[in-house]
Design a protein around this ligand. Structure first.
Ligand code: GLU
Length: 503
């Protein structure tokens, strides 16, 4: 048997370090066994998936030094490798399960589903929805069918008992069927859900080992059952421990930058970031901290993964990066540094913004140095403001940060809309409102438009700098934060009303 592993990211948002971590362990496992590793894009959620996000994932993984034997960009014998291009394949499998009685058409409306759930909850029952809750009488089905009512296809799942799932790291995990819904397999628009597409594709792509994040454990019973229904061999499952913030909560971008692009812009070496990801729950047999990709592959052993939640600590990563940096020769350093920040492609997007403002090259660094730096060096005095007191400045920055965190498509227009809407709702002059953002982002107001700066720096670096500014001003305590959240909710309503007025 040839070992075949895969990483199957959904292209929504920025390329996440968690995706790289899972990709790395799949790749290491495949390489160690002389097998193949493939990349599949799971873009069945067409509203949230974007081609930019897919490209950023591919670019980031390659930047980190990973390669795949099959994938949307390199092709392969099991393609296409993008689920949106495989759309036509899934319905037939759902129908196969209908025919064998393992699935059923569900005509329930959203209101009916709510009512069923509420009734179950009130009677103290488990709220998982089962076929027995959902199926209508044959007459009712016929009537809805005749009326052309929309339906989904759901799988049947046992009502009681336990499902034993074998996990490569955890041994047998027992999960309660009573908690598992009669999962939707095919949506009313004919699109498959993650569960159907994932199982069908893993089978067709001959995946032998599914190494994925532990957040998918609860899906494992449904997947196991689907393999049984289809009569297919199930790949071995391995659920990796989730990456955590230093406070042990699940790694989240509110506490830690999570985008690979942030680490790239911050000037981490890809070798160091990959090395650090390899340290997440795993260690070399001799426990050495610094190792290169191929050394990891040569020594890899998945059973050495420990389940205690690995902490993704930026300080530790900086330290590891410094080891890598100091090993460069002066030539190597100069080259890598220039590659990182001074090459033409990095500079070109800035030129239109700086050109009208400079007279000699030496004007460039003071004006645009913030494109080459990380977090802005700031003190509380940096935020002295002629119109706003420190408390107001903190509010402006914190509310602004929440607005920036909500932006899905990061461009100047959306940044402007989010921030200017907030300024209006707070009844502040745009100039007064923007000054703290200039300080947070560039450390000065004598620079290019702060909206352009943010657009060019990208979401993670921009948010990280604003978050840092809030910290420098003395991050609000729990109680204060609660009140701010409430006030912010109110501002959101004001903004929504204003927008309606405009529309
Ligand atoms: N598309 C899923 C994700 O975004 C894949 C999960 C799996 O590996 O099964 O993580």
């Amino acid at each position: 048997m040839t070992v075949r592993t895969r990483v199957a990211p959904s292209p929504t948002g920025d390329p996440h370090v968690g995706t790289a971590y899972i990709a790395l362990f799949n790749l290491a496992f495949a390489r160690q066994h002389g097998g193949q590793f493939l990349l599949r894009i799971e873009d069945t959620d067409q509203q949230r998936s974007t081609p930019e996000s897919e490209q950023a994932i591919l670019d980031s993984l390659r930047w980190l030094g990973m390669d795949w034997d099959e994938g949307p960009d390199v092709g392969g014998p099991h393609g296409p490798y993008r689920q949106s291009e495989r759309q036509g394949m899934y319905a037939g499998y759902a129908e196969q399960l209908l025919a064998s009685g393992h699935a059923f058409k569900c005509y329930r409306t959203a209101e009916e589903l709510d009512a069923i759930r509420n009734a179950k909850q009130e009677s103290g029952h488990q709220t998982a929805l089962k076929a027995s809750d959902l199926e209508l009488s044959a007459d009712e089905v016929a009537a809805r069918e005749a009326a052309g009512a929309p339906f989904v296809i759901r799988m049947r799942v046992p009502e009681t008992g336990t499902c034993a799932v074998d996990d490569m790291l955890r041994g047998v995990i027992e999960l309660d069927w009573s908690q598992v819904d009669a999962q939707i397999l095919l949506k009313s628009d004919g699109m498959p859900t993650y569960h159907l597409a994932n199982v069908v594709d893993d089978h067709l792509m001959e995946i032998t080992h599914v190494i994925r994040g532990e957040e998918w454990i609860s899906s494992a019973p449904k997947h196991k059952l689907l393999y049984e229904y289809f009569g297919w061999d199930m790949p071995k499952l391995c659920h990796m421990p989730l990456l955590r913030n230093p406070d042990k909560s699940k790694l989240s971008k509110r506490k830690n930058p999570t985008s690979i692009l942030f680490y790239k812009r911050m000037g981490f070496m890809p070798e160091a970031l990959l090395n650090y990801l390899g340290r997440m729950g795993w260690s070399m047999p001799d426990e050495r901290e610094k190792f290169a990709r191929d050394e990891m592959f040569a020594n890899f052993d998945i059973s050495r993964v420990s389940l205690g939640g690995p902490v993704f600590d930026v300080e530790k990563l900086r330290w590891l990066n410094s080891l890598w940096l100091r090993e460069l020769s002066p030539e190597g350093f100069a080259e890598r540094f220039a590659d990182w920040g001074l090459q033409k492609e990095a500079l070109l997007p800035l030129i239109p913004h700086i050109l009208p403002r400079v007279e000699v090259f030496s004007d460039v660094a003071p004006l645009a140095g913030h494109f080459l730096s990380g977090l802005t060096p700031l003190t509380p005095e940096s935020f002295e403001h002629k119109a706003l007191d420190a408390e107001k400045v903190t509010e402006v920055l914190q509310y602004g940060l929440w607005q920036l965190e909500a932006i899905r498509h990061w461009d100047k227009e959306n940044i402007e809309q989010a921030l200017f809407g907030l300024a209006r709702a707070m009844d502040l002059k745009i100039r007064d409102f923007l000054q703290p953002f200039f300080m947070a982002i560039a450390g000065t107001t004598s620079t290019i438009s702060v909206l352009d700066s943010m657009a060019l720096l990208g979401p993670d670096m921009s948010r990280a700098r604003v978050r840092h500014a809030v910290d420098v001003l003395g991050a609000p305590g729990k109680k204060k934060l609660k009140k701010m959240e409430k006030d912010f909710q109110h501002l959101l309503t004001v903004m929504a009303t204003a927008e309606q007025g405009e529309g």
